[in-house]
Design a protein around this ligand. Structure first.
Ligand SMILES: [Fe+2]
Length: 218
């Protein structure tokens, strides 16, 4: 059973995660460090964890604002969606007025979906899940989904930002539903933890996926 710790950071209350293979493990992933780098580094230290890699689901500023200081402090390589590396590399240009300032970073590695990574003693599947942003990926780790702003408890990622598209997002959510178990725990980029099954049954934005699933089951 993997150990997942959530930290809601910054004014947009984005969820950053520290993920390890067990509560005793030293090696850790830092996922979507969006703000408050000092707090996240302290949290890792308090857990006795060493950040071995920084994974990014997508490059909206609320998810990447603390990437540079954490990469600098830990020396951990950054994995970034391929078609969004330019945002991480020029973060100020993409930050809404009133937020930041944030420091840009050149990602050491890019992902586009379809990769299997072995980091911090964890097997990680990278799944392409665009729709909220054009390069968005989900990290599937031991059956759990670190899914950024794809799917929330009772809601979905917004599609009104540049590169957003509802049909694409719905297809991405559908592909997660088909690929993973109903019991798969979803650790989203905002708000609380949920499961794929719970959202398929109750999420008001997923009525068409729900209808399609009922047809498949009948
Ligand atoms: Fe986002």
């Amino acid at each position: 059973m993997i150990d997942v710790r959530a930290f809601s950071v910054g004014p947009i209350q984005e969820n950053a995660y520290i993920v390890r293979s067990s509560p005793q493990a030293k090696g850790a992933l830092m996922i979507d460090p969006g703000e408050e780098p000092g707090r996240l580094l302290e949290a890792a230290k308090a857990l006795g964890a060493e950040v071995e890699a920084i994974l990014i689901t997508h490059c909206h500023f609320d998810h990447i604002g603390a990437v540079a200081p954490i990469a600098e402090a830990t020396g951990a390589p950054v994995y970034c969606p391929e078609i969004e590396v330019g945002v991480l590399a020029d973060i100020t240009k993409w930050t809404m007025p009133g937020f930041g300032p944030f420091e840009s970073w050149q990602a050491e590695h890019t992902v586009k979906g379809g990769e299997r990574l072995r980091l911090a003693d964890l097997d990680i599947e990278v799944v392409f899940t665009p729709g909220h942003s054009p390069g968005h990926v989900t990290y599937a780790i031991d059956g759990a989904l670190l899914s950024g702003d794809v799917l929330f408890q009772g809601s979905v990622g917004r599609v009104d930002l540049p590169g957003g598209d509802w049909v694409t997002l719905e297809r991405s959510i559908g592909s997660l539903m088909e690929r993973y178990e109903r019991e798969a725990v979803v650790y989203p980029g905002h708000m609380g933890v949920t499961t794929l099954g719970r959202e398929l049954d109750t999420n008001p934005f997923l009525s068409e996926l729900r209808a399609a699933a009922m047809v498949r089951e009948s």
